[in-house]
Design a protein around this ligand. Structure first.
Ligand code: ARG
Ligand code: ZN
Length: 471
């Protein structure tokens, strides 16, 4: 027995020498980053630093052809890894070599390179794909919407899977080159700056570049016919706004609102600290859906936001997200209050500045106006649950929490907290609990009780608790 074992193990030792260590070592990357609301969002084992998207879109047939080139760095030895993607994939290359791939679940693209990837190495991933994205539904829904003259993709928390493969979680931010060819006569709108455009054989290609770290859900694209206006903030930041040519009666109020972007950025910079990106603007595509979204450097506004006339408040909200949400992003989706509570409070600050009601009056109005038996008070803004991520309570009860904080620490410390949260977490992420600890550190006051009252209970805070916090 003993002797016979020697022979095979010697052979095995010889074989192990012949196989590179990396090929034997890798394990599969996790199919999610561990987000409790969205277990399959993002992936484990690598970070992406840059997305180069080269796309072609034909609105008549809704056909999207794309080549996505990702620059990533492995954080573990990987035998395989996932990207998040819902469209049909034709080919995957990893470091220039064809890789095996398979779709699992609704939007997991599982990639097995010919040999394992070593830990801590840069890796180049190319995905070639084509599909009709508006027809690819997840739970009956596609974030890629066709419009009468084109299409638009903007959604939270999930949009990227309908147009490019990614590590789809706000914890992994990257820079972007987005190059899109569309039939001559159509335009595109995306993030950052339009660097160039060229026409050839009936197609016009637009090259957009976003050079600051950007979360996947904040990456956007619109195709159609737009009125484009340009402007500059007082710091010389370039502003590019785009309005669908089909807005009808909504066009003038949209322009009267989004057209104030430069002025609002100037004011918000004075309240939140330097604007974190190098371009700004907004766009209004011809869609029927009703929400706005803080897509980075260039928020998306629905025409319905302007159906009752000018709506500067929504612009104040989406631009405030450039700081709260885009510069400092959620660590997990349950942290949504670090986005929405602050963007709503920015609207209250704007109202106060315009002499339309102070932040205190607005906080009191929400607290006094909503009866204790209303479902509003059942949602915890600090952990609302995936189904209530965008519940009114996250916005308005969330903004009361900030008024309570301001009352407790005083104006000077409060505005220092807002600015310093931005500078210390620049291009990063922060959780609700990180903000609580941060506020305690900056103010030197215990604040857990205050935040528990306004963010973490499922009943209306008592009149006594409210009075204690000046609400
Ligand atoms: N963050 C957006 C806002 O500015 C809300 C987006 C809601 N998402 C959605 N798919 N309806 O408030
Ligand atoms: Zn918001």
């Amino acid at each position: 027995m003993r002797l016979r074992l020697i022979v095979p193990s010697a052979a095995a030792a010889f074989l192990m020498l012949a196989i590179p260590a990396s090929a034997a070592d890798g394990t599969p990357g996790a199919p999610g980053v561990g987000d409790s609301y969205y277990p399959t969002s993002g992936n484990g084992g690598y970070h992406v630093s840059h997305y180069d998207l080269r796309l072609k879109y034909e609105p008549k047939t809704d056909r999207l052809d794309g080549t996505a080139t990702l620059t990533a760095t492995t954080t573990q030895a990987l035998s395989r890894f996932n990207l998040d993607f819902a469209l049909h994939v034709n080919e995957v290359l990893v470091n220039g070599k064809k890789a095996a791939f398979t779709k699992t679940g609704e939007h997991e693209l599982e990639i097995t390179p010919p040999s394992s990837l070593e830990q801590g190495k840069e890796v180049n991933v190319v995905v070639r794909y084509s599909d009709t994205p508006s027809q690819v539904k997840i739970n009956g829904y596609s974030a890629w919407q066709r419009t009468p003259d084109g299409a638009v993709v903007a959604n939270e928390p999930e949009a990227a899977v309908w147009w490019f493969p990614s590590n789809d979680h706000p914890r992994d931010k990257a820079t972007y080159d987005i190059s899109v060819a569309v039939p001559d006569g159509l335009q595109t709108v995306s993030n950052g700056e339009l660097k160039s455009q060229t026409s050839k054989l009936g197609w016009t290609r637009y090259n957009w570049r976003a050079t600051k770290p950007q979360a996947t859900y904040l990456t956007t694209l619109a195709v159609g016919k737009f009125d484009i206006t340009t402007d500059k903030t007082s710091n010389g930041l370039p502003v590019l706004n785009a309005y669908s040519k089909d807005l009808g009666d909504n066009l003038d109020p949209a322009k009267a609102s989004v057209g104030r972007t430069a002025e609002i950025i100037d004011w918000e910079s004075s309240v939140f600290g330097p604007y974190p990106f190098n371009a700004v603007g907004g766009y209004v595509p011809n869609v029927k859906t009703g929400y706005a979204l803080e897509t980075q450097t260039r928020p998306y506004y629905s025409p319905s936001s302007f159906a009752n006339g000018a709506n500067v408040s929504v612009v104040v909200h989406e631009l405030a997200h450039q700081w709260f949400g885009d510069n400092v992003s959620v660590k997990n989706w349950r942290d949504i209050w670090v986005n929405e509570g602050f963007a709503t409070y920015a609207q209250w600050l704007w109202s106060a500045k315009e002499g339309e009601g102070t932040t205190q009056e607005l906080a009191d109005y929400v607290y006094n106006g909503i009866p204790a038996d209303n479902d509003f008070w059942k949602v915890k803004p600090g952990d609302p649950g995936a189904d209530n991520q965008f519940h009114n309570a996250v916005y308005n009860r969330g903004a009361i929490a900030l008024q309570a904080l301001r009352n407790k620490v005083g104006d000077k410390t409060f505005f220092t907290i807002l600015k310093q949260w931005q500078s210390e977490n620049k291009y990063g992420n922060g959780s609700v609990q990180d903000f609580v600890k941060f506020s305690e550190r900056v103010s030197g006051k215990p604040l857990q009780k205050l935040f528990d009252t306004w963010l973490f209970t499922t009943t209306k805070p008592s009149a006594a608790d409210a009075a204690k916090d000046g609400i």
